[in-house]
Design a binder for this molecule. Structure first.
Ligand SMILES: Nc1ncnc2c1ncn2[C@@H]1O[C@H](COP(=O)(O)OP(=O)(O)O)[C@@H](O)[C@H]1O
Ligand SMILES: [Mg+2]
Length: 249
């Protein structure tokens, strides 16, 4: 039994997955998520942090409504308009960058699309096809496409993975600015604690499989107001919480 509701009164996200099982190759159910609960208020940015294979993508797919085979409940913001950036950019290969945005957001005006391309420094690539883009650029296009639909909830699955450090830093800065400017409720999945600290208001630390939220940390001065010392302290706190969770498994 599950229930994905789109009639939440406020723009917020509420996730209560009591269980999610996959069938393994030998036909036995394998539990991926168990008693995983998290909430985000309107305009808040959350980060889900956990080791590779713990169930982060599984969780995002459930929130996005791409996987209905779970027990529990997900409540999305009122209109439930979702922007999602997958681990692979998934652009339409036979359409250029501008058309990829137009097709995803047919109601967006040309001015709105142009301004989004400018924000993400993609103007000069508007006529390029996905095959002509580096991974970093393709990720930026995927992010522009997700934002073009003016989402109530933005879901990002490891948006910086396989980018070199400088590119990842640039994109992280861009996303931090966008979260602050557009106040869109955002959930970012990452295995990188520092990334989570630099982007989120709230950090959900996942246990190993089956994943649940073992600890939640608040970042009091998030993103552009965050100083290095505060970030260092948070990182130590988070590492201690992860260590304590491991001790309990
Ligand atoms: N379609 C599937 N069928 C069976 N097992 C799966 C499927 N998708 C993911 N899994 C398993 O569920 C666990 C969590 O996967 P995933 O959510 O992709 O982890 P993460 O994104 O944290 O790396 C892994 O052990 C993975 O092998
Ligand atoms: Mg994943």
């Amino acid at each position: 039994m599950n229930d994905t509701s789109r009639d939440g009164a406020e723009a917020r996200l509420e996730v209560r997955v009591s269980s999610k099982d996959y069938l393994s190759a030998n036909g036995r159910p394998q539990r991926a998520l168990e008693h995983l609960e998290l909430t985000l208020a309107a305009g808040e940015a959350g980060a889900v942090v956990g080791p590779s294979g713990c169930g982060k993508t599984t969780l995002l797919r459930i929130i996005a409504g791409l996987d209905a085979d779970f027990k529990g409940r997900v409540s999305l913001p009122a209109s439930g308009r979702l922007g999602m950036v997958f681990q692979e950019p998934r652009l339409l290969p036979w359409r250029n960058v501008a058309d990829n945005l137009r097709i995803a957001a047919p109601h967006a005006s040309e001015d709105e699309l142009a301004s989004l391309l400018a924000t993400l420094e993609l103007e000069e690539h508007a006529g390029h096809f996905p095959g002509e883009l580096s991974l970093g650029l393709a990720r930026r296009v995927a992010l522009a496409r997700a934002l073009a639909i003016k989402p109530d909830l933005l879901l990002l699955d490891e948006p910086f993975v396989s980018l070199d450090a400088a590119l990842a830093r640039d994109l992280r800065k861009k996303i931090a600015e966008l979260i602050d400017e557009k106040r869109v409720t955002t959930l970012i999945v990452t295995h990188d604690l520092r990334e989570a600290i630099e982007l989120a208001d709230k950090i959900f630390l996942l246990s190993t499989r089956p994943a649940r939220v073992g600890a939640t940390l608040r970042v009091d001065a998030p993103r552009r107001r965050l100083d290095k010392q505060t970030a260092d302290v948070l990182e130590l706190e988070a590492r201690a919480a992860l260590e304590a969770m491991r001790g309990r498994v």
